[in-house]
Design a protein around this ligand. Structure first.
Ligand code: ADP
Length: 199
């Protein structure tokens, strides 16, 4: 993969990753890749060797094996670069565990920065309750599993990026516009520093 800029967007389910990623990617000429959307698309592909295991994982609220996640991300990034020439990516919902973060760095490269949308569980439950109609994995039982799994695995990931000096904490509980403004102001310094080389 040629030199590219990658921003990760992390936060609990319902913290606004998708919402903010759409806004931010549009204003920075970046391609928004949602790991959840990549999985959901893969499930629809009849020829995919991952479709069955992904369906089971999503029903159970599990994240799945790391190699598969990285392979699907790489495939998506390569396809975008091939068709549009875009090498700037905003990846939403990845990495949710330290082993995934480290494998991504080894096989693809380092993120320019990592946005973390902080939000209380109470707010996340409320938002997902409202989104429920549109997504099969937003039922109450799966939401609790996703919240528990997220909280269990995310601290070492945040610690890792903090020690690299690339973590951007954002208060995700405020209005969409306030969150967007906070992200834009904090992102400037990282985006301006340019891209990192990826293998
Ligand atoms: P995620 O991608 O982190 O799961 P979404 O962006 O899909 O979260 O947002 C979850 C739900 O909450 C959506 O219905 C979205 O419209 C709503 N939402 C997102 N950001 C905010 C916000 N700042 N305030 C209130 N509701 C929000």
């Amino acid at each position: 993969m040629p030199s590219s800029s990658i921003v990760f967007v992390l936060g609990g389910p319902g913290s606004g990753k998708g919402t903010q990623s759409r806004l931010i990617s549009a204003s920075h000429g970046m391609t928004h890749l949602s790991i959840g959307d990549i999985f959901r698309e893969e499930v629809k592909d009849q020829t995919s060797k991952y479709a069955k295991i992904l369906t089971e994982n999503m029903k159970a609220g599990r994240v799945g094996v790391k190699e598969m996640t990285i392979e699907l991300l790489r495939k998506a990034m390569t396809a975008v670069t091939k068709t549009s020439g875009c090498t700037k990516f905003l990846v939403d919902g990845f990495p949710r565990s330290l082993d995934r973060a480290l494998l991504f760095e080894k096989s693809i490269g380092q993120p320019v920065c990592v946005l973390y949308l902080e939000c209380e569980d109470r707010t996340l439950r409320e938002r997902l309750g409202k989104r429920r109609e549109g997504r099969s994995d937003d039922n109450a039982e799966t939401v609790e599993k996703r919240l528990n799994e997220f909280e269990r695995d995310i601290s070492p990931v945040l610690q890792h990026y903090k020690s690299m000096g690339v973590l951007i904490d954002v208060d995700g509980s405020r209005s969409r516009e306030e969150v967007r403004e906070e992200i834009e102001s904090k992102l400037q310094r990282f985006i301006a520093t340019g891209s990192r080389r990826h293998s």
